[in-house]
Design a protein around this ligand. Structure first.
Ligand code: UD1
Length: 454
């Protein structure tokens, strides 16, 4: 078992670079199935990226790294498979995005149902109904979807009743090689969608905005492409939240400022000073944050659901009562029980969370419940008094490239503990790094030695 030990109470201070966006790289990797050769730069090192890579290899693509471990080269000319089994699809939600690519490439697909974070029901009805409009026959089986097309995919006028990110991506990819023109209304407008459009267009697709819809003129083939993944706005929001929660002062580099437009005002409301220039942002936090009056999540350009838990973590120590409302997913508060172990004061009413700021948080043994909830626990631990231990880190590995290294670079104290049983009583949680080994497990392992598990 891997455990992250965090000694809290130190303000984060310094500079760090944001990585490529998880939610941008995953659809691009599936779209790469349509290009003879795709070079994809700034791929974050994440378990979800490895899962997508394994799917591509299972489908017969050759995947390698070039000039840097964050540059992937995908040669899809050798691809020959159209099936994604449960063992691969179950690893992440985004496996469903391979459906559009498989149908565009082969006119058939057999794909198991996707995995991913447990955020309440995650239906795929919008993916299915849009693809059906494009002429796909879909048989919904207990364990997956069996899909086929007579001839080729056909362009269609599709109106999504909700701007689903995944459904928009699937339909964009499928429509790129469909016969005729597809118009998409009610689609998602997240920056990661623009990233995918950019990738596809660079590979020869014809996708453009017309009024309030997206038009996709199907082409016969895509060609080789070299593309760089956009910066991760959620990773940026996470480290800004960590700096705010700890009373720190940090600068994040390689960000895309417009993508953070709905997030930055919340930090200002909490009393942080922000300075921006081109692709950098600096945040300087007050000693104690002010509360957030009311914050609701919404599809882009609204406040991103993925940034809610990190900002909520910062509000735990704020002066006054904050109110948060999750309107994108049904259940996104799994981490709240963990906050309560630290002495946080959170009251839930359906999709709304009320946080009454407390003067301090105590360290605790914490379990990650999901990706963004896990990041929120790291933030709370960085702000708490004493040493906290966080397990179930596989959730964090899905979406944060080398999080311990980034935190260390910002002056935070974090250690990766690789194995052994953990007995944590009150006394033990307060022990320092050099004493961890007395508790029955290996301590103070430099991150470089734990890269394999990250
Ligand atoms: C993507 C992101 C995820 C983010 C989410 C919303 C990736 C890999 N993941 O997830 O990090 O939190 O967007 O910004 O990019 N829905 C339906 N029917 C469907 C599809 C979705 O009802 O067919 C509902 C979902 O249950 C959810 C809402 O729409 O309540 C948003 O889902 P969607 O936008 O599809 O999110 P994902 O693509 O799964």
């Amino acid at each position: 078992m891997n455990v992250m030990a965090i000694e809290g109470g130190l303000p984060l201070y310094g500079e760090a670079e944001v990585h490529g966006a998880k939610n941008a790289v995953l659809p691009v990797l599936s779209a790469a199935l349509l290009c003879p050769k795709a070079t994809i730069r700034s791929c974050p090192l994440l378990s979800d990226v490895w899962a997508a890579r394994r799917i591509l290899e299972h489908l017969g693509c050759r995947v390698s790294t070039a000039d840097s471990e964050r540059t992937l080269q995908i040669n899809a000319s050798s691809a020959n498979g159209y099936g994604v089994p449960e063992s691969l699809a179950g690893e992440m939600r985004s496996s469903i995005i391979f459906l559009g690519a498989l149908l565009a490439r082969w006119g058939k697909a057999h794909i198991a149902l996707p995995g991913g974070c447990r955020l309440g029901p995650r239906p795929i009805d919008l993916h299915i109904s849009g693809l059906r409009q494009m002429g796909v026959r879909i048989i919904e089986q207990e364990d997956g979807l069996l899909c086929s097309v007579d001839g080729t995919l056909k362009g269609a006028d599709i109106c999504l009743k909700y701007p689903s990110v995944g459904a928009t991506e699937n339909l964009l990819i499928a429509a790129s090689l469909a016969k005729g023109i597809t118009t998409l209304r009610g689609m998602a407008m997240e920056p990661e969608i623009d990233g995918l459009i950019d990738f596809l267009n660079r590979a020869g697709a014809r996708i453009y905005h017309k009024g309030d819809c997206l038009c996709i003129e199907g082409v016969e083939l895509l060609h080789d492409v070299d593309y760089t993944i956009i910066p991760d706005r959620i990773e940026a929001a996470t480290y800004l939240s960590a700096a705010a929660a700890t009373g720190g002062e940090i600068t994040l580099k390689k960000i895309c400022l417009p993508h953070l437009a709905s997030v930055l005002p919340v930090f200002e409301e909490m009393g942080c000073m922000l300075k921006t220039k081109q692709d950098e942002i600096s945040l300087s936090a007050p000693k104690r944050l002010s509360h957030v009056r009311s914050l609701s999540t919404a599809p882009y350009p609204g406040f991103p659901t993925d940034a809610l838990a990190p900002v909520m973590a910062a509000s735990l120590l704020a002066d006054g009562a904050s109110r948060f409302e999750e309107l994108v997913f049904q259940s996104r508060y799994l981490h709240v029980n963990q906050f309560e172990k630290m002495g946080a004061n959170v009251h839930m009413e359906g999709r709304t969370a009320f946080v009454d700021g407390v003067p301090f948080l105590r360290s605790a043994r914490l379990h990650c419940t999901d990706l963004r909830g896990g990041a929120a626990l790291v933030i709370a631990a960085l702000a708490a008094k004493g040493v906290s231990f966080i397990d179930e880190l596989q959730h964090i590995y899905r979406g944060y490239d080398d999080m311990p290294a980034v935190i260390r670079q910002l002056g935070g104290k974090v250690w990766m503990i690789s194995s052994g049983s953990i007995r944590i009583g009150k006394r033990e949680t307060n022990r320092k790094k050099e004493e961890f080994s007395n508790l029955g497990y290996t301590a103070g392992i430099p991150l470089t030695q734990t890269q394999g598990v990250l």
